[in-house]
Structure formats: structure tokens, C-alpha cells
Design a protein around this ligand. Structure first.
Ligand code: FAD
Ligand code: NAD
Length: 479
């Protein structure tokens, strides 16, 4: 194996694989080091996202939603189905095959683009050298590259009060692999993972209790949207307890006992499984030699400037390793940006226009500023809010929960944020991304013609509503 490359990427997740492919497209001799062994016991590309994150969770969310619909809403459409049952093994097999298809797809893309996949662990040494330890047990070797991209991702945070216990107290990876539906499922953390995975098992019949330390649900989501989310989750039977501080867990016996404290005192709940979903932290374990020269920021992420340069010339860090939202699309775009920067292009990720999506049902999605953020900044602003209950397509498909909300600058009409809870929010939010990227005004959206009947008409109406011009809801201008 050659030991000299133009670009070496450590980590083959969305950040790393995209960086490697784009670097190879630029004509750089590129290698990507990835240590992961996938579910089938074979080396796997795709990182957290494809193996144990975005993709398997969405596969289970989709399967469990179909089950829920067959049980709860088919009848309303006149479809009679008796004896609907869930076969968890078949559902998991489908999820695994989706994962295998996609991770195999990245390996094919590497081949097509002539990216060398080095299967093993990479460590950055002093002077930009890399120690590579192969998965097959071969001897470690030192590799060199003009440019190094660190893309080692993140791992779940563990808390001392709830240590993981195989098959009983699990992190998100364990919760994606349950072989049966738990009767009573506890979840610590009402963040994105807690809500998505709590929803999966709740739809399949588990009684789910979510214990959240903070006393506000979805504290970083626009308040109006978060309130609607809270109401909907309650209706769906998710028992979310806010201000609940877990004090201890006891895994003796078949069950898991969780003791927590809230404003009313101490309580104990018993579950057959417990998911710990209290956040993720950068995966820097073993990644850097003490004298690598790479430094950390105040939150213990690898320090990176807005083009992902670390303090070592020629070494970049991207994705979950660095500041900003821990999202696959953010990691991917940073990887592409870094490869383009290495090739001498002038480019910049627009960190102000990165959408976030929670794939519950209804989905929750947002981009840009919340109303509270704009208010706190003292800006003169306006909002436009329209419910999906006023949308023909949403009603026709029986998906009329939720709303679209715009926050805009009242002086120059510029769109500052878009917030959606409702059907296809994950798709609709891309209209907000495009609007923010183009610096669009509310009037720009008002003057566009949206197809009828589509969910997107609610985006149009919400823009109209910002100036009291909505057609399909009764609006009274505030004096
Ligand atoms: P990762 O995907 O974590 O990849 C890093 C890779 O580096 C890993 O495969 C690791 O094995 C490898 N590695 C680490 N250290 C070394 C080393 N020293 N040598 C060699 N290899 C190494 N985000 C979304 O945008 N949408 C979603 O729907 C979504 N759903 C999620 C669901 C779950 C359950 C979880 C856990 C996460 C989810 N995320 C989602 C977050 C998303 O997975 C991450 O933001 C994304 O994977 C980060 O990409 P990355 O390339 O930075 O790192
Ligand atoms: P999170 O930061 O979204 O939520 C963690 C929650 O746990 C917070 O509400 C926090 O207040 C709570 N918490 C922290 N410590 C606690 C404790 N001791 N007891 C009770 N509650 C506690 O983290 P996550 O849900 O673990 O997800 C990690 C990251 O993965 C997310 O930030 C997100 O970036 C990414 N992710 C994204 C998606 C998506 O894009 N759809 C899906 C899953 C994960």
C-alpha cells in the first residue's frame, strides 16, 4: 500500500465520505480510513447516519407508522383490515437490508471515484502524519498526506445514573435493534432521538414514558410549534414528564427501576427497557496524539474556523466533531466545502440556512430564527401562521394537524425563519431553506403561484398571512 496521498479522510460517515468523493472528483489521490464493522460483521462505510442513525431510525419510523395507520386510520378511509399484527423480526430485517443497500452504495461510489478505503483506525500524529491500524490485525503504518480531514463523528453521552446494561438499558443503537416490542419503555431525554425512537415503539404498542430534565419541551424549537408538538404527542399517548431528573436506575431482576425527582418529589417507575438519549459528544477518543497540534473549543469540540480549518495548517475537522448542529446534511456539506477549499475554490457553507427535522408524526422542521430569538434581538418583526386544517390536500389525506409559520423582518420584509409542524414538514422546510439562501422576502413568496391542491399552499398562505392577506383563514389585522 502506498503511504503518500493528497488527501486522507479519517471517518467514512456523511461528512467523511462526501469529502473523500469530492476530493477525488477534484483529481486528488484520496484515501478514507474507516474502522466501523457493520451489523453483518463486515467493514462498513456510511458512519453513524447510515448504520445506526438517520437511515435505520427512519426505516423503523416508516414501518411503525404504516402499522399505526393500518390499525388506526385505514377504517376511516373505508379500508377494512382485520387482525393487523407486527412481525418485529421482519421489520428489523427490512431495516437491515435498507442499511446494507446504502452502505454498500457508498463502497461502490468509492470504487467509481477511485477513493481508497482503508479499513481500520486512523490517528493524527505530530506533523500531520497519520498512524493507520488495519482492522485485519496487520501492523500499524504511518501514512502521509498534504491534507487531512478529520471526520470521526460522535458517540452517545452516557450518564452515571443510568449506565448501559446490555438489552435493558440501551443507547440509540440498542433501541434500533429491539427484537420485540417492550411492554413498558422508559426514555431518558425528550430530544430528537428520544422522541423519534419513543414514537417507533409507542406506535407498535409499548407504553412509553419519557423523562426530560428540562422543564420545557423542545426548548430550541419555536414556542408555538413546540406547544402544538406537546399537545399532539400527548394525544398519541407519549407520556412526557418534564423537569424530571433521574437519580438512579436499578437493573437487578428482569426489569429496570428508575428513580427520578421532579417538583412534586421523588418517584419510581418500572420498565422492561430503558433508552438513554441525552445527547451526543464528539468522538475524539484515540483520534489525536497528544502532540498533534489540534486544539479544542470551550465545549470540547475540535476547534474549527468557519471553513473547518483546525489550528494545524492542512488539517480540517468537520461534522459532529465540530461546532454547529449534529446533523448529517451539515456534516456532508462541510465535507464538500473542505474538499472544494483544498482545491482552491471560494466557497462557504451557509450556517444560517441549515434546516433541522424531527421525524415524529407529524414531522417538525425549522430553519432560521424563531420568533423568540427575533424578539430578544429587539428587531421589528412580523409572523404569518396558517394551520393545515385550512388546506384541501391535508384534509383530503387526513393529515391536517399542525401549521406553517414564517418569521420575517417587518422593516425590509426579509424572511428570517420558517417553522413547520405537520405533514411532510421535512420536505416543505426546503422551501424555507431556498428562501433564506436567496434572501427572499415574504412578498417574493406571496407573488409565486403554488400548485393546487398541495401541502405547499400552506407555505404560500403563511407568507400571505404575515401581511394579513391569507385567503383561506379569517384574519383580522391587529391595530
Ligand atoms: P459519523 O456519521 O458519526 O461518522 C464518523 C465515522 O468515523 C464513524 O463511522 C466512525 O466509525 C468513524 N471513526 C471514528 N473514529 C475513527 C478513527 N479514529 N479511525 C477511523 N474511523 C473512525 N441526522 C440527520 O441529519 N437526520 C437524521 O434523521 C438523523 N437521525 C439520527 C438518528 C440517530 C439514532 C442518531 C444517533 C443520529 C442521527 N442523526 C441524524 C445525526 C447524524 O447521524 C450525524 O449528525 C452524522 O452521522 C454525522 O456525520 P459525521 O460524518 O460527522 O460522523
Ligand atoms: P438532544 O440534544 O436532541 O436531546 C437530549 C435531551 O436530553 C435534551 O432535551 C436534554 O435536556 C435531555 N437531557 C440531558 N441530560 C438529561 C438527563 N440527565 N436526564 C433527562 N434528560 C436529559 O440529543 P439526542 O436526542 O440524544 O440526539 C443527539 C443528536 O443527534 C441531536 O442533537 C441531533 O443533532 C442528532 N439527531 C438528529 C436527528 C434528526 O435530524 N432527525 C435524529 C436523531 C438524532
Amino acid at each position: 500500500m502506498t503511504d503518500k496521498y493528497d488527501v486522507i479522510v479519517i471517518g467514512g460517515g456523511p461528512g467523511g465520505y462526501a469529502a473523500a468523493i469530492r476530493a477525488a472528483q477534484h483529481g486528488f489521490k484520496t484515501a478514507c480510513i474507516e474502522k466501523r464493522v457493520g451489523a453483518e460483521g463486515k467493514p462498513a462505510l456510511g458512519g453513524t447516519c447510515l448504520n445506526v442513525g438517520c437511515i435505520p431510525s427512519k426505516a423503523l419510523l416508516d414501518s411503525s407508522w404504516k402499522f399505526h395507520e393500518a390499525q388506526q386510520s385505514f377504517a376511516e378511509h373505508g379500508i377494512q383490515v382485520d387482525g393487523v399484527k407486527i412481525d418485529v423480526a421482519a421489520m428489523q430485517k427490512r431495516k437491515d437490508s435498507v442499511v446494507a443497500q446504502l452502505t454498500g452504495g457508498i463502497a461502490s461510489l468509492f470504487q467509481a471515484n477511485k477513493v481508497t478505503w482503508l479499513q481500520g483506525t486512523g490517528k493524527l500524529l505530530a506533523g500531520k502524519a497519520i498512524e493507520f491500524t488495519p482492522l485485519d490485525g496487520g501492523a500499524s503504518q504511518t501514512l502521509n498526506a498534504e491534507h487531512v480531514i478529520l471526520a470521526a463523528g460522535s458517540e452517545p453521552v452516557e450518564i452515571p445514573v443510568a449506565p448501559l446494561v446490555e438489552d435493558k438499558v440501551v443507547d440509540s443503537t440498542g433501541a434500533l435493534a429491539f427484537t420485540e416490542v417492550p411492554k413498558r419503555l422508559g426514555v431518558i431525554g425528550a430530544g430528537i432521538i428520544g422522541l423519534e425512537l419513543g414514537s417507533v415503539w409507542s406506535r407498535l404498542g409499548a407504553e412509553v414514558v419519557v423523562l426530560e430534565a428540562v422543564d420545557t419541551l423542545l426548548a430550541n424549537v419555536d414556542k408555538q410549534i413546540a406547544r402544538e408538538a406537546g399537545k399532539t404527542f400527548k394525544k398519541q399517548g407519549l407520556d412526557i414528564r418534564l423537569g424530571a431528573r433521574v437519580l438512579s436506575t436499578d437493573t437487578d431482576g428482569d426489569e429496570v427501576k428508575v428513580t427520578y425527582a421532579d417538583k412534586d418529589g421523588e418517584h419510581t417507575e418500572t420498565f422492561d427497557k430503558l433508552i438513554v438519549a441525552v445527547g451526543r459528544r464528539p468522538n475524539t477518543n484515540g483520534l489525536l496524539a497528544p502532540d498533534s497540534g489540534v486544539t479544542f473549543d470551550e465545549r470540547n469540540y475540535i476547534f474549527a474556523d468557519n471553513q473547518c480549518r483546525t489550528e494545524v495548517t492542512g488539517v480540517y475537522a468537520i461534522g459532529d466533531l465540530v461546532r454547529g448542529p449534529a446533523l448529517a446534511h451539515k456534516a456532508l456539506e462541510e465535507g464538500v466545502m473542505v474538499a472544494d477549499v483544498i482545491a482552491g475554490e471560494h466557497t462557504q457553507v451557509n450556517y444560517d440556512a441549515i434546516a433541522a427535522v424531527i421525524y415524529t408524526h407529524p414531522e417538525i422542521a425549522w430553519v432560521g430564527k424563531t420568533e423568540d430569538e427575533v424578539k430578544a434581538a429587539g428587531d421589528n418583526y412580523k409572523t404569518g401562521v396558517v394551520p393545515f386544517a385550512a388546506n384541501g390536500r391535508a384534509l383530503a389525506s387526513g393529515e391536517a394537524t399542525g401549521m406553517v409559520k414564517f418569521v420575517a423582518d417587518a422593516d425590509n420584509d426579509r424572511i428570517l425563519g420558517m417553522h413547520v409542524i405537520g405533514p411532510q414538514a421535512s420536505e416543505l422546510i426546503q422551501q424555507g431553506v431556498i428562501a433564506l439562501e436567496f434572501g427572499a422576502t415574504i412578498e417574493d413568496l406571496q407573488l409565486m403561484v403554488f400548485s393546487h391542491p398541495t401541502l405547499s399552499e400552506t407555505v404560500h398562505e403563511a407568507a400571505l398571512a404575515a401581511d394579513f392577506k391569507a385567503i383561506h383563514i379569517a384574519q383580522r389585522r391587529r391595530k
